[in-house]
Write a protein that binds this ligand. Structure first.
Ligand SMILES: Nc1ncnc2c1ncn2[C@@H]1O[C@H](COP(=O)(O)OP(=O)(O)OP(=O)(O)O)[C@@H](O)[C@H]1O
Length: 468
């Protein structure tokens, strides 16, 4: 990034220390609706007194060298921003956003505000730019104070771009795990990108064999073992020829066992034997065949709980879970919505991605929609939007699926947001008071614990962050 006219330093040449603590407030520049491919940015607020937002000739984020110490300047080439648009100030241990007399105002959780005390997860709109505030995010002291998402490359590697420090660390660790033969268990809801991770592990592994993906839930129950381990001709009626089976086709490659929680009990035992002995015995064969497998398993089911209640073998679980990675649902990593949208647009429309833009209302809908189908649903949503846009370059709200549009019906959003904000602020206040003790919050509010847990999920509040 370039140096600003007023002497502010750029991202590249100014990265003050994030501070000593391992948790702290962060601001994410999630998405510029008029430039959805512009790289999103994470800003650590620790040690800062104030952030000043305004219009600049190009984007530049950095510490102010003159004037107030510990002041950060966020300049965007956004025509809807005023030259000094808003200030975010640390007052009495809270971050307060204040409109600095802007023409187009500041919107927090869908509501125009002259002043707002920010709470964890707040979505802030300044001009056409969307930010998310995180009050208490885990990070490492060595993390850069200002971090710009690396430009997504093509292929599976580009899909490992994230602004979330803990996820970034998990993804970085994958590179070294990939080179080993340790088995990997990937947990996450459907569509969160588990197969993307598995493919990435294979790509980074230098294993020369194939990547073979098996959906354990889709194997016909009575044919599981034949499909997996192969069979000899005549082993059963219909076995008219020798078949090597899926496991052997992954020899010297990577075996991706998707939906491993759906594997029937007898096949769990047989698979365990293969992993222990590193050999496969095809159905009807007298002698086993050696195999060199690297196993990556994935599940959307709570495998550990299945072990506890006896529906999944503990010894197989231990074999599979050499290294575990959990992919959060998209609604829990909204900070990455811009990163992921950029990757998807580049992949779906490589030639015209640079010229695409999102109408602010469309961007707002993407940010508020809960994405039950996770990244896959976002991908489908953008795919259909691009078809509807046709030769055009601007994705309008009307180009998005009805359910996504409904996240925004403006009056609804405004009403819901102000009610929702009150609910959320109350929760945050009580969590602070009770140091994250959900039972105590439930008692004070006269509600069931489960209800509080539902609200925490809805508002994406992590009670852990209050338990310091
Ligand atoms: N970070 C990302 N950026 C862009 N696209 C992504 C990302 N993560 C996942 N995708 C895309 O989302 C879709 C779903 O991903 P994937 O199949 O890996 O999910 P999954 O968790 O394995 O789903 P399931 O549990 O249903 O098998 C794929 O088309 C994938 O390319």
């Amino acid at each position: 990034m370039s140096r600003l006219d007023d002497g502010t330093l750029s991202i590249a040449d100014d990265a003050p220390d994030a501070g000593a603590g391992s948790r702290g407030a962060h601001l994410f520049l999630v998405l510029e609706s008029s430039k959805p491919l512009a790289p999103p940015v994470r800003i650590a607020l620790e040690g800062m007194a104030q952030v000043v937002f305004g219009r600049g000739s190009s984007r530049a984020i950095g510490r102010q060298q003159i004037g107030t110490p510990n002041q950060l300047s966020v300049r965007m080439a956004d025509p809807w921003l005023s030259s000094t648009h808003a200030r975010l100030t640390y007052v009495l241990r809270r971050w307060v956003l204040e409109d600095a007399g802007s023409k187009n105002g500041c919107i927090v959780q869908g509501v125009r505000k002259a002043q707002a005390q920010l709470v964890d997860g707040d979505i802030i709109e300044l001009g056409y730019t969307f930010f998310i505030f995180r009050e208490d995010l885990a990070h490492e002291p060595g993390d850069p104070a200002i971090f710009e998402a690396p430009r997504a490359e093509g292929g599976a590697a580009g899909k490992l771009s994230t602004l979330i420090p803990s996820l970034e660390r998990s993804f970085t660790r994958l590179a070294s795990v990939a080179k080993s033969t340790v088995s990997v268990l990937i947990e996450g809801e459907t569509g969160t990108g588990k197969e993307v991770i598995a493919r990435n592990l294979h790509e980074q592994s230098d294993r020369r064999g194939d990547f073979v993906a098996i959906n354990c839930g889709a194997l016909p129950r009575d044919l599981v073992e034949g499909e997996l381990f192969g069979y000899r001709r005549g082993a059963f009626s219909g076995a008219t020829e020798d078949r090597p089976g899926l496991l052997r086709s992954a020899d010297r490659g990577t075996l991706f066992l998707d939906e491993i929680g759906d594997l029937p009990a007898p096949s769990q035992a047989a698979l365990l034997r293969v992993l222990q002995e590193r050999e496969v015995r095809p159905v009807g064969a007298t002698r086993p065949v050696p195999v060199d497998l690297r196993v990556v398993a994935a599940t959307h089911r709570p495998l550990e709980r299945m072990v506890e209640n006896g529906t999944f073998r503990a010894d197989l679980f231990a074999r599979l879970a050499g290294y575990r990675i959990e992919l959060p649902p998209l609604a829990m990593r909204r900070e990455d919505l811009g990163v992921i949208t950029g990757t998807i647009l580049r992949e779906l429309a490589p030639e015209r991605a640079q010229s695409l833009e999102l109408a602010p209302r469309a961007a707002r809908a993407l940010l508020y929609y809960p994405w039950p189908g996770n990244v896959r649903e976002l991908e489908k949503c953008l795919e259909s939007a691009l078809i509807l846009v046709g030769e055009g370059t601007r994705i309008e709200l009307e180009h998005l699926p009805g359910a996504v549009q409904a996240a925004l019906e403006s009056t609804n959003l405004l009403r819901r947001s102000s009610e929702g904000n009150a609910e959320r602020e109350k929760l945050v206040t009580l969590l602070r008071e009770h140091k994250g003790n959900i039972a105590a919050v439930a008692r004070t509010m006269g509600k069931a614990r489960m209800q509080i847990q539902r609200w925490l999920k809805r508002h994406q509040i992590d009670p852990e962050s209050f338990r310091k």
